[in-house]
Design a protein around this ligand. Structure first.
Ligand SMILES: [Zn+2]
Length: 178
C-alpha cells in the first residue's frame, strides 16, 4: 500500500452491481467534511484514504472489498489532550437489495443494502470507520505529570524572589543619596 497522500477523491455515489462486472478499482481520499458521524466521535478527523475493488464473486455476489486508513485525534482518557491515532480497516461487502437477502449472505461478507443504481459509498466507509474507532484512547507514555497533580499552585518562594531585585535596587539608591 502506498502512503502517498492521494489528491483524487473517491466518488460518493457508485453502482456496485455495474462496477462489479467492470472489476473497477478506486483509490483516493474521502472528504472528512462528509463524515459527520465520525467527526462527532473524535477530537479531530484529519484524513481518510480508501481503496475499493469491485468484483463478482464465485457465487455471483457483487462484492466491494478494500481498505480504509484514517488519521484522527482521539481524546486521551487520562489527560484529556488529543492523542494522534491511525486507524486501519479492511472490509468485504456484498451488495444486497434488502435485509432478507443480507441474512442469506455467506459470513465472509458484510451486507451493503442498496437499491437499483448508485449507492452511497461514504455512508459505508463511515460505518466501517465508526466500527474501527478505539473504545478508549490513551497516550503511550504517562501523560499526566504527577508533580503537577500533587501541588496545583507554583511554590510560594518564587514570588518572593521576583520582588527582591527591586527592593535591593531601592536600598542601593537610598544608600547613594545618603
Ligand atoms: Zn494523555
Amino acid at each position: 500500500m502506498s502512503t502517498d497522500t492521494p489528491q483524487k477523491l473517491i466518488p460518493q455515489h457508485l453502482d456496485p452491481r455495474k462496477l462489479a462486472y467492470q472489476e473497477a478499482v478506486f483509490c483516493g481520499a474521502v472528504p472528512v467534511g462528509a463524515l459527520t458521524r465520525v467527526k462527532q466521535a473524535v477530537a479531530e478527523l484529519k484524513q481518510v484514504v480508501a481503496n475499493l475493488e469491485f468484483r463478482v464473486a464465485e457465487e455471483g455476489e457483487k462484492v466491494v472489498q478494500g481498505t480504509l486508513t484514517a488519521n484522527v485525534d482521539m481524546v486521551c482518557q487520562r489527560c484529556l489532550e488529543p492523542v494522534a491515532t491511525e486507524i486501519s480497516s479492511q472490509f468485504k461487502l456484498a451488495a444486497v437489495w434488502n435485509e432478507d437477502e443480507a441474512k442469506q449472505l455467506p459470513k465472509a461478507y458484510d451486507p451493503w443494502v442498496t437499491g437499483e443504481g448508485e449507492g452511497d459509498v461514504y455512508d459505508i466507509l463511515e460505518e466501517e470507520l465508526l466500527l474501527s474507532l478505539p473504545v478508549v484512547a490513551l497516550h503511550d507514555k504517562d501523560c499526566v505529570d504527577e508533580t503537577l497533580l500533587s501541588s496545583g499552585a507554583p511554590p510560594a518562594e518564587e514570588t518572593k524572589e521576583t520582588s527582591n531585585p527591586f527592593q535591593v535596587l531601592k536600598q542601593l539608591k537610598g544608600n547613594i543619596k545618603k
